[in-house]
Design a protein around this ligand. Structure first.
Ligand code: RIB
Ligand code: CA
Length: 321
C-alpha cells in the first residue's frame, strides 16, 4: 500500500528537486501539491510545480494557495533562485492547469481523506496554518509533518537569527508549532558544508544524461552561486531535498531529539527565530512554576543526517529520469 503524501511548497529550484524525489519514490503516492508564496509569488510557484511534475510524468493535482503571509507583507527570494525561481533557464509553460479549488481547502480535505498521511512542508507555513485554524482536528490526523524550516541553535540564512521559510511568515509558523501536529523539524543547517553537492557530484548527476538530472542541476545554477556568496559553503545546498529525504526514509536523520520549539514573532531582529529548548531549561525545578507549561516538547528536531545515504537516495531518484 503506497504511503499517502501531501507536499506544501513555494516551488523554486530546491523545492523542484524535492518534488522529483517524491514523484519517483516507488511506495509514495502524492495526493496533492499545495503551493504557497515564498521563494516566488504563488502563481510562479504553481507554474514551477506543474512544470516539474510534468517532467516526472506525475499527474498529482497542484492547488494554488496563499499569496501573502498571515500578517506580514510577502518577501520573495528571486535573488537566490532566479527571477522565475528555476534559474531563469526559459523553461516552457506547463501543459496542465492547477486543480480547481484553494490549497487550504485541499489540505483539509486531503488530510481528512487520508488519515496518517505524510505532510511535507517546503515553504512558509501560511497554507498549513490557515488549514489548522479552520480545522484543528488535522493536527491529530497527520501522521508525520516534516517541516523544512528553522535553524536549531544556529545561525539563520535570511537574518542572523532566522531561516527563510519561518522568517517569511513567523505568525503562521507559530500557529503550526503550537497546533499539536507531529512536527519533525529539518533546519537549513543540515544542508550545509559536506551536505552540499560539490562540483564533482553535480557533474556526476549531469552525467546521468537524462532530462530530470539535467533539470535538477540547471535550475539550481543561480542558487549555487547565491549559496557560495551568502554562506561561503563550497557547493549547492539543497534544504528541501534533505527534508524530503527524511520524509521518504526517516533513517536519513541519524540524530534527533524532542524539544519545545518556540517561534519569535515580535521583533524585526529575531522574527522567525526557532528558539529550541535544547537543554530542557523549562523543566528545571526552579523554572517549573513559571515555565512548566512550556516543558512539553512540540517538535522532534533533527540534528544530524546521514549525508552519504541522503546523496545516494538523491542520485537514485535522478539516475533513471
Ligand atoms: O531556507 C531554505 C528554504 O527557503 C527552502 O525551502 C528554500 O526553497 C526556501 O523556501
Ligand atoms: Ca522551499
Amino acid at each position: 500500500m503506497p504511503r499517502a503524501m501531501l507536499i506544501d511548497t513555494d516551488t523554486a529550484s530546491d523545492d523542484a528537486v524535492a518534488l522529483i524525489m517524491a514523484a519517483r519514490w516507488p511506495d509514495v503516492e502524492i495526493k496533492a501539491v499545495t503551493v504557497v508564496a515564498g521563494n516566488v509569488p504563488v502563481d510562479q510557484g504553481v507554474r514551477n510545480a506543474l512544470y516539474t511534475l510534468e517532467l516526472c510524468g506525475s499527474e498529482a493535482p497542484v492547488y494554488r494557495g496563499s499569496a501573502e503571509p498571515l500578517r506580514r507583507p510577502l518577501v520573495t527570494a528571486e535573488f537566490f533562485h532566479g527571477g522565475d525561481g528555476l534559474g531563469d533557464r526559459g523553461y516552457p509553460p506547463p501543459q496542465r492547469s492547477p486543480a480547481e479549488g484553494d490549497a487550504v481547502e485541499a489540505i483539509v480535505r486531503t488530510v481528512r481523506e487520508n488519515p496518517g498521511l505524510v505532510l511535507v512542508t517546503l515553504g512558509p507555513l501560511t497554507n498549513l496554518a490557515r488549514a489548522l485554524e479552520i480545522a484543528p482536528d488535522l493536527a491529530s490526523l497527520v501522521g508525520r509533518c516534516i517541516v523544512m524550516g528553522g535553524a536549531a541553535c544556529t545561525v539563520g540564512n535570511v537574518t542572523p537569527a532566522a531561516e527563510f521559510n519561518l522568517w517569511v511568515d513567523p505568525d503562521a509558523a507559530r500557529v503550526v508549532f503550537e497546533s499539536g501536529v507531529s512536527i519533525e523539524m529539518v533546519g537549513w543547517e543540515l544542508c550545509r558544508h559536506e551536505a552540499n553537492l560539490d562540483d564533482a557530484e553535480m557533474a556526476y548527476v549531469r552525467g546521468f544524461d537524462n532530462p530530470l538530472a539535467r533539470f535538477a542541476i540547471d535550475c539550481n545554477a543561480t542558487a549555487l552561486e547565491a549559496n557560495r556568496r551568502q554562506s561561503g559553503d563550497p557547493g549547492l545546498g539543497l534544504p528541501d531535498p534533505i527534508a524530503m529525504g527524511i520524509a521518504l526514509d526517516p533513517s536519513i536523520c541519524k540524530r534527533r531529539s524532542a524539544h519545545r520549539v518556540q517561534l519569535e514573532t515580535e521583533s524585526d531582529l529575531t522574527r522567525g527565530m526557532t528558539v529550541v529548548d535544547a537543554l530542557e531549561i523549562h523543566d528545571y525545578p526552579h523554572n517549573k512554576k513559571v515555565w512548566g507549561h512550556l516543558a512539553r516538547p512540540n517538535a522532534v528536531v533533527c540534528w544530524e543526517i546521514d549525508v552519504p545515504a541522503w546523496k545516494a537516495m538523491l542520485f537514485r531518484s535522478l539516475r533513471d529520469g
